[in-house]
Design a binder for this molecule. Structure first.
Ligand SMILES: [Zn+2]
Length: 371
């Protein structure tokens, strides 16, 4: 199946921006997925739903937005659901649906989604709450995990614009991680399977975004979901949506994210040994933090009648607007000084800027660089 062609025919047009309006989202689910199942409620009482497709004996669990401000995986999920719905006669889709029952949990953290907050309504990072279970939402996820014998788990996230694929000029538009099962980062069959799935996705994505794929550090997080699911014996793959040039709304990233989900299921449904090629996982460059959003090189400051030139590095802070309908990208100064080793998505030569006399004016200058 030509995934690119299929994607353009099936993309879910209801979602066009990065911010997810939760009321509109629930309406969308009521209309398009009347068979969804409510599996729990968030801290603030918002419903958490499960959508099931497929008739296979194996089970895969895919959940998104355990971090409320990470929507790209949710949109990619609904693109994929459209692809699956509209192409059930395609050989690859038929195989996936014959082999697997796919369980989707979109937006595990609806309270955080409303506020564009990583954390839940109490300020808990759900992905660091596996053992203490202080958040309602992790209990909902763990309950679902315990009730079904899953064969594969896909854990969908977003990452900041700062990440590059290794030390290259490329963003890590998509990153993957096979979480560790212990401090020694041991390799067992379970972990090798998830590495094998990632290697397959990486190979398939190469023709679309070769060079823009990264691998997260596999430091063991004893309180994280993926690490624990994998420790409990279910291969788990962490997906991270990152930056694509000039795409702060992450619509291109969303497209490749959907491809990646499709490739994961395509491979898993082939009944091949998933550990084949697991070693190629280590060929994927590690994520590095090379980028800032904007760098003003040799930015002139007028102090005591003398001009001082320094590099100014700016990172956008994403905030939801008051009416909770869209995001604002607020420029924040992150670094001042020699940034010659850092890259940016937008470089500005300081000689184009009128010397800045005070901090208030500095903020005015930054505001002109909002995307
Ligand atoms: Zn996350």
């Amino acid at each position: 199946m030509d995934i690119q062609k299929t994607y353009y025919n099936c993309k879910e047009e209801c979602f066009t921006k990065r911010y997810l309006n939760i009321k509109e989202f629930y309406n969308y689910l009521d209309i398009n997925f009347p068979n969804k199942i409510e599996i729990g409620k968030s801290t603030e009482g918002n419903p958490i739903y499960l959508i099931r497709v497929g008739n296979g004996s194996k089970k895969v669990l895919i959940w998104s937005q355990m971090h409320g401000n990470e929507t790209t995986g949710t949109f990619a999920m609904f693109d994929l659901l459209n692809i699956v719905k509209e192409n059930s006669n395609e050989e690859a889709i038929k195989r996936i649906l014959d082999e697997y029952e796919i369980h989707f949990i979109p937006v595990l953290n609806p309270d955080g989604a409303i506020e564009w907050d990583r954390r839940n309504a109490l300020g808990v990072d759900i992905n660091r709450d596996f053992n203490a279970e202080q958040s309602t939402e992790i209990k909902v996820l763990k309950n679902q995990f315990t009730n079904v014998n899953y064969d594969l788990c896909l854990n969908l996230h977003d990452q900041r614009t700062i990440f590059s694929s290794g030390y290259s000029e490329n963003p890590a538009t998509l990153s993957f991680l096979s979480p560790s099962i212990d401090l020694e980062r041991s390799l067992n069959e379970v972990r090798k399977k998830s590495m094998g799935v990632i290697s397959y996705i990486n190979d398939c994505l190469h023709m679309y975004i070769g060079g823009k794929i990264g691998r997260y550090t596999d430091e063991f997080y004893p309180n994280s979901t993926g690490d624990n699911f994998q420790k409990l014996g279910v291969p788990t793959v962490l997906f991270e949506a990152g930056h694509f040039p000039n795409d702060y709304q992450r619509q291109k990233t969303r497209e490749y994210f959907c491809y990646a989900l499709y490739f994961a299921l395509d491979f898993a449904s082939k009944n091949e040994d998933l550990t084949v090629n697991y070693k190629k996982y280590f060929d994927i460059p590690e994520n590095k933090e090379l980028f800032l959003d904007v760098i003003i090189r040799d930015c002139p400051f007028l102090i005591n009648k003398a001009i001082h030139k320094v590099d100014v590095g700016i990172q956008y802070k994403e905030e939801v607007n008051k009416s909770k309908t869209d995001l604002k990208f607020v420029p924040i100064v992150k670094e001042i000084g020699d940034l010659s080793k850092r890259k940016s998505w937008k470089d500005i030569e300081g000689n184009l800027i009128t010397p800045i006399e005070n901090k208030i004016k500095l903020e005015d200058v930054f505001n002109t660089f909002i995307i």
